[in-house]
Design a protein around this ligand. Sequence first.
Ligand code: CO8
Length: 261
Amino acid sequence: MTSSIYEHLLIEHQDDGISILTINRPDKLNALNHALLDELDRAVEEFDKSENASVLIITGAGEKAFVAGADIKELSSLTGAEGEKLSARGQAIFNRIENASKPVIALINGYALGGGAELAMACHIRIATENALIGLPEVSLGIIPGYGGTQRLTKLVGKSKALELILTGNPVKADEALQIQLVNHVRQADEAMELALTLAKKMMQNGPVALSKAIQAVHAAYSSNGFAKEAVLFGQLCETDDFREGTSAFLEKRKAEFKGK
Ligand code: CO8
């Protein structure tokens, strides 16, 4: 087994060809800041190019969170242009995961909110632990999901449920996530990795070129153009008072008072 050096990620490359990437910022519930996103991009690119790694499992450090979202502190000062750019950057990284030539499994071990849910949805298969809570609470901050969530949630669970979850911001627990097909499997915390490894090993028995083409073919059934629109709308929201109020309220640990401007 070998490991790669990152500041915010832990990566284990097992001898059997399975790599385990752990988002490692537990004091901030693994929130995605700029530096972490850059590392994630690099790590996924390395995985995709590696001749030794066949399946990637992505999970979060600690027992509480997979990823609690984009880093709200960093988001809170974004201008419109910066917001649109960051949204497009995050989308590109998550698209790299979705379009990887080898399977990527998300092991959702707790909160997967906002950008965390979006990261999990970009993976090919999702396994949730029983304590997982998955949702897109961006509207409570005066923004919308900007890392592909409006597109991928709609494709995974259908338009009605996606609109309900995005417009209320309500998260779903693991059992409901399974029921609406947002996740593939739910397991107790101490059994989830075993299932991820079992699925990974089963996939690795199959032809690698076939796996790659299968991923592409399934995605072709869902191709659409909504990502660019999402990034533009996200940028527009970064110019609103409601966005400043929503993010400030979170950072000041108080309830947001939106004015609709
Ligand atoms: N960003 C930054 N810091 C965070 C985040 C976050 N998303 N989530 C948690 N933290 C920090 C807290 O501020 C706290 O830090 P500190 O100890 O320094 O005060 C630490 O993590 C622990 O968190 P809590 O004390 O809040 O832990 P609780 O167990 O009380 O609550 C929750 C856990 C419910 C998960 C709570 O932390 C929470 O509500 N977090 C925010 C969830 C959220 O709103 N996520 C969505 C963020 S927006 C987003 O993801 C947009 C994605 C698209 C971006 C598009 C382009 C830019």
